[in-house]
Design a protein around this ligand. Structure first.
Ligand code: BG6
Length: 494
């Protein structure tokens, strides 16, 4: 029996990629910075017939390969993995869970964090089996129990509702941590700091001064090894229903009464509730889908989506999506938000661009190279994290001309280092019990409610031919037409 408090970090699906690539490197980083509040005991649970030493060996390799800061400190890795335990079990059968609880009891581990790092199809079985054993979910005092659920949290309103109900049969909402890794990104959190720790931006942050907002998540990668999952999900489930909507809420929400899990999430929820529903024809008119063809990325030939392994040969699943939406509340009434995300685009870049309105009266009848509405504030979330404001300035010399110029803040220059990995912050927060950066039940369900209406409209009017775009482009021409019909242009990352 152990007297010192220890967190039992139980990873279901510990033999998978997420554990090696993300979870362990993040835990190692936290441990080496001595940020973890208690000792930590890693307990891996999966099907493969591994031993404790197989587990340690595998996790060690994962850390060595994927650690953010290199070279790694071998002693710290060994200390983190020293007492790691492997429990073999089938997710659907009770035996493995019985062994797991015996181990937890024998080791005197009362603070328990269950991490679902399995394919989502196993979530139901794991939760049911945890629920069978009441001692698994209700910890004896002193001690706490939490569960971390990876995305995707369901695939539509109905399945998310079922999963949520199942979770609530065993856990109280404060015990449930739904991960959206975008919220762990330093620059995503900085949206709130930028808005609410500075006095000068917020008075302008509304429909009186803002013409439109664009949120772009562009990736150069394709669907990689996940084509089987992606072909049934599409980018709407993979990116839009979670990461994109979360960034929208942070951009649009009101100031919370305090920076805590209740208040921040209450405000985010209000934004989601204010979204004008996109149903039927409205959904078709305000969304645009496309799929990548074959071509070149960085001079290297890449397959088209339809040639990817495990993609249906006549699939119309979208790898690019643009959506125009409105937030029907006082602050944002009439301001269009254009959200777009895509794979195999020109550049990896996540940006929020705030386009300010024109001046009320144009005084300078000069050559204006900055355009009529030159004020664009860009929050660059990744890579090359920073913030940029563009405005018009008089071109030097005896000429009547206005040029576009930039004020630029770059994270790395200002702070001397790149921001940490999202998982570091998120894992630390769930060990500390702070759910501010996790999606609450009502948020997750409202995100699905909005998204499912769009998917229903698509299902009712199946697309016959999905536009195809060249890898390394900003999408097909029709994507430009989608926004140009409103007299606006995509503000592409530089
Ligand atoms: C994941 C999606 O949630 O986010 C992936 O499932 C996507 O398809 C990834 O590539 C993007 O994350 P990041 O942190 O690389 O922007």
């Amino acid at each position: 029996m152990n007297d010192a408090r220890e967190i039992g970090f139980v990873i279901f699906g510990t033999t998978g990629d997420l554990t090696r690539r993300k979870l362990l490197p993040a835990l190692y980083q936290l441990a080496s910075e001595e940020r973890i509040p208690e000792k930590i005991r890693i307990i891996g649970f999966a099907r493969r017939p591994w031993t404790n030493s197989d587990l340690k060996q595998n996790l060690k390799q994962g850390i060595q390969e994927y650690a953010r800061v290199k070279p790694v400190d071998r002693e710290k890795i060994d200390a983190l993995l020293e007492n790691a335990i492997y429990v073999q079990g089938e997710f659907e059968k009770p035996e493995g869970y019985e062994t797991l609880f015996e181990v937890l009891k024998k080791e005197g581990i009362r603070d328990r964090l269950y991490y679902l790092a399995t394919p989502p199809s196993a979530y139901g079985d794991i939760i049911d089996n945890l629920n069978q054993c009441k001692n698994a979910v209700i910890s004896k005092k002193p001690g706490w129990t939490r569960i971390v659920v990876e995305k995707p949290f369901g695939r539509d309103s109905e399945s998310a509702g079922i999963l949520d109900e199942k979770l609530h049969q065993c856990f109280r909402e404060e015990q449930i941590f739904r991960i959206d890794h975008y919220l762990g990104k330093e620059t995503v959190q900085n949206i709130l700091v930028f808005r609410f720790a500075n006095g000068i931006f917020e008075p302008l942050w509304n429909s009186h001064y803002i013409d439109s907002v664009q949120i772009t998540v562009a990736e150069t990668v394709g669907v990689e090894t996940r084509a089987g999952y992606f072909d049934h999900a599409g980018i709407i489930r993979d990116m839009f229903a979670n990461h994109m909507l979360q960034m929208l809420t942070l951009t649009a929400m009101e100031a919370p009464y305090a920076f805590n899990a209740f208040s921040v999430r209450d405000e985010k929820l209000k934004v989601l509730k204010s979204l004008r529903p996109l149903e039927g024809r409205l959904a078709l008119e305000n969304t645009f889908r496309a799929q990548y063809g074959s071509g070149l990325i960085d001079q290297e030939p890449v397959k088209g989506y339809l040639e990817e392994e495990r993609v249906n040969h006549d699939s119309t699943t979208e790898t690019y999506l643009a959506i125009k939406l409105f937030i029907d509340n006082w602050r944002w009434s009439g301001v269009p938000f254009y959200l777009r995300c895509g794979k195999r685009l020109k550049k990896r870049s996540t940006e929020i661009a705030i386009q300010f309105k024109q001046v009320p009266l144009s005084l300078f009848n000069w050559r204006n190279l900055a355009g009529d509405a030159p004020n664009i504030l860009k929050l660059r979330l990744q890579p090359d994290e920073g913030i940029n404001l563009s405005f018009g300035a008089k071109t030097p010399g005896p000429v009547n001309e206005i040029s576009p110029v930039q004020m630029d803040f770059c994270y790395e220059d200002a702070f001397g280092s790149e921001p940490p990995e999202a998982y570091e912050r998120l894992l630390l927060d769930c060990m500390l019990g702070d759910a501010t950066l996790f999606t609450r039940s009502d948020e997750a369900l409202t995100q699905w409610e909005f998204t499912t209406k769009i998917m229903d409209a698509w299902a009712d009017h199946p697309i016959k031919r999905i536009p195809v775009y060249k890898p390394g482009s900003w999408g097909p021409q029709e994507a430009d037409a989608f926004i140009e019909k409103d007299g606006r242009k995509w503000l592409n990352p530089d």
